[in-house]
Design a protein. Structure first.
Length: 430
């Protein structure tokens, strides 16, 4: 690690400006040139800067820390929270004694992934922002980790274009990885594949996901193999290649049941339900949804409520009104028990209200609900496909009541949302 990078890192850490550090020691332009690695300072000047920053003049490599970092990284790659916590505790106790700038920077960059693993997004963002001025001066191995973790952060935030950019940058530095190369590559390609899938770049997504799957298979990481098969099923379903989608879902299902991955059992049954529903096989879809519901426990509120909504949709399609009412009651009761999280489950509550209105033949308040609550919400989260369906439903409702002017307005809303979907697909070709 260069002298200039070391000086800049500790100056930023102590929140000193160039002027603050240079005062009574050197000029601001000369200090800036040192930090940019344009000049190597004389030993006397370097000693003064180190004294002011309260850091040692000399640095020493800590082999014990290096081994701990390797183990911590392995745990982070496998999303192993328990062992990752244990490594974090050991390293935190030792890092304060280290004067090795590479070790200190590695620790803080790995903290980004650690915070993301614990869903501590603000803490992760703070570290990401701190390293922005230093990113070009890092060794390539730290550039790789830093860019990959930035991609992880933006993926979790739902900012997929940003995530794609950082994962792509990380690929440029993958060659610098010496330890756990196959696992690092598999993890990067899996996340990059997920991101590309979100952007409907399906062919590229499949390429990266299949490469990740192959690498996880070589390492016998069955949990991650199951994740890959599940995602490949999702991508092929979006492409309407239902045969290939079902093949991957069944691979994921076999692994999940044989190795008892409970959360994946729930996901794969749900996804098989989506697959059957898209093909008009409502009864088969309901069968999978019921299996998914039966395996979710009380703590899995989001999984349970989403499964309930899917069950309602399919029973509504085939005209089983009693079953729709039964599952509406189940869903509303579940959400009412979580009223303190009403904002988190707002989308699900809107879905349940919609089916409440439809199963009861559109009582008073339906128009206001669609126009003032449902459509504005889905527009705000850019779920234009849902806007299309809601607006068309309202248009049909008006037509049946011979309110043709209102019907035309609703269909115009649907057409506008449909245009937004088309424009998005044009900007993001598969």
């Amino acid at each position: 690690m260069s002298i200039g990078t070391r000086i800049r890192y500790y100056r930023l850490q102590k929140k000193l400006s160039l002027e603050d550090l240079a005062k009574d020691i050197t000029t601001v332009p000369y200090l800036s040139s040192i930090e940019n690695n344009e000049h190597t300072p004389p030993i006397e000047l370097l000693s003064q800067l180190c004294d002011k920053l309260e850091i040692p003049f000399m640095t020493y490599q800590n082999n014990e820390l290096e081994l701990l970092f390797q183990e911590w990284n392995r745990c982070l790659l496998m999303n192993d929270t328990e062992n990752s916590d244990a490594c974090y505790k050991k390293i935190t106790e030792k890092i304060s004694e280290s004067n090795d700038i590479f070790a200190v920077m590695t620790y803080h960059i790995y903290l980004i992934r650690y915070h993301l693993l614990h869903n501590e997004l603000e803490e992760a963002q703070d570290i990401i922002n701190f390293f922005i001025p230093l990113q070009n001066d890092m060794p390539d191995i730290l550039k790789y980790s830093y860019q990959k973790f930035r991609g992880n952060y933006y993926y979790i935030k739902g900012q997929y274009l940003e995530a794609e950019r950082f994962f792509k940058d990380a690929k440029n530095y993958l060659i610098s990885v010496k330890e756990l190369y196959n696992l690092e590559k598999a993890d990067l390609f899996y996340m990059y594949g997920l991101t590309l899938g979100r952007l409907t770049k399906n062919t590229l997504s499949i390429f990266h996901m299949e490469e990740a799957l192959s690498l996880f298979q070589q390492s016998y990481h069955m949990r991650r193999c199951t994740d890959c098969h599940l995602m490949l099923g999702v991508i092929y379903r979006r492409m309407q290649d239902y045969k290939e989608a079902e093949k991957h879902y069944n691979f994921a299902r076999q692994l999940a049941y044989s190795l008892d991955f409970k959360d994946i059992k729930i996901k794969v049954e749900n996804n098989l339900g989506y697959l059957m529903a898209e093909q008009g096989k409502s009864e088969e879809a309901i069968g999978h949804y019921l299996k998914s519901f039966g395996q979710s426990d009380f703590s899995m509120t989001e999984d349970k409520i989403n499964t309930i909504i899917n069950i309602i949709k399919e029973y509504h399609k085939i005209g089983f009104k009693e079953q729709v009412e039964k599952w509406l009651h189940e869903g509303l009761e579940l959400l009412h028990s979580k009223e303190q999280y009403s904002e988190i489950y707002k989308e699900q509550m809107i879905e349940l209200k919609f089916y409440q209105y439809t199963v009861n033949d559109y009582p008073s308040g339906f128009e206001s609900f669609i126009l003032n609550e449902a459509i504005p919400y889905f527009e705000s989260i850019k779920r234009y496909q849902r806007v299309v369906l809601l607006a068309k439903t309202l248009g049909d409702y008006y037509q049946k009541r011979n309110e043709y002017k209102s019907a035309a307005t609703s269909f115009a809303i649907a057409n506008s949302a449909y245009e937004k979907i088309i424009n998005f697909l044009r900007r993001n070709p598969k």
